[in-house]
Design a binder for this molecule. Structure first.
Ligand code: NAD
Length: 273
């Protein structure tokens, strides 16, 4: 169901399903979206320092009526804050804005060249100090993971990457699985680019489900943690309503066949922000 979890290599559990809040406005918009999601049964929220809405996420958590320990909160250190001391400082800013005692998952947002290994050391320290339950990375290719793990004391628990049927990341998924690193999909809905896809529409029609629901179900059946974004209450509920049907092996294969290795975001080997 919506609240079922996977056990990470840190020993902590993480919900398979959550709400993403990229581009959700600080203030009422983010407070309302997060409260709607939690009231609908979501237990995981994915934010980042970059998103500028950590205060609203924190407010929504406090107003949700759900005990803190039942929620799973992710935030991320932004690129300009990477490095050891600056990451520790950025974390204090994030946790103060969130108004929390600890964060469930803290991620290195992008693999900033020459810096991400120092950033990782800071995350290890935060975990050791009990400020963060699990630590992970985002937008890491296999070579970034190998590089960081070469000198790490703690393996990343999660790698959050762009992943949807047009970019299904088969090779990276296989690698992460072999390393015990949980894959998490950002832009699971390809930021809206797949909603009119005929293959997905036809599959959805068999079950009375939308294309968005078919994609998110494909994530779950592939053991991919997924965090679709919406600020629309009906869609927040719709996106989570994927635990009452099952895609067949044939449906799964058809969706796998949509892969074009097509990115809507930046390539982690070539970004300048
Ligand atoms: P997404 O694939 O979740 O698409 C979101 C868009 O799809 C929404 O703006 C909405 O217009 C539309 N949508 C959502 N539900 C719908 C529905 N049921 N029917 C029709 N349209 C629907 O894109 P995203 O927000 O970029 O990604 C999800 C989350 O991943 C983000 O909010 C953020 O938390 C995270 N993320 C992380 C990174 C990273 O670098 N780590 C980058 C981008 C996003």
């Amino acid at each position: 169901n919506l609240q079922s979890t996977v056990t990470l290599n840190s020993g902590h559990s993480m919900p398979w399903f959550g709400l993403g809040v990229y581009k959700v406005q600080e203030g009422q918009e983010v407070v309302d979206s997060v409260k709607t999601a939690i009231a609908s049964g979501y237990r995981s929220i994915d934010t980042a320092a970059l998103y500028g809405n950590e205060e609203g996420v924190g407010q929504a958590i406090r107003e949700s009526g759900v005990p803190r320990e039942e929620l799973f909160i992710t935030t991320k250190v932004w690129n300009s804050d990477q490095g050891y001391d600056s990451t520790l400082k950025a974390f204090e800013t994030s946790i103060t804005k969130l108004g929390l005692d600890y964060v469930d998952l803290y991620l290195v947002h992008w693999p900033v060249k020459g810096k991400y290994k120092e950033t990782w050391r800071a995350l290890e320290k935060l975990q050791q100090d009990g400020r963060v339950r699990s630590i992970g990375v985002s937008n890491f290719h296999i070579h970034h993971l190998e590089d960081v793990m070469k000198d790490a004391n703690v393996k990343p628990a999660v790698n959050q990457v762009e992943l949807h049927p047009l970019l299904n990341q088969a090779e990276l998924r296989e690698y992460c699985k072999s390393q015990g690193i949980q894959i998490e999909a950002w832009a699971p809905l390809a930021q809206g680019h797949l909603l009119d896809n005929e293959v997905l529409k036809n599959i959805g029609a068999k079950y009375g489900k939308s294309t968005a629901q078919v994609i998110l179900r494909w994530d779950i059946q592939n053991e991919i943690v997924t965090i679709p974004k919406s600020i629309n209450p009906k869609r927040i509920v719709e996106n989570a309503d994927i635990f009452d049907f099952e895609l067949t092996a044939e449906d799964m294969e058809q969706i796998n066949g949509l892969n074009e290795n097509r990115r809507f975001g930046a390539d982690p080997d070539n970004f300048n922000f």
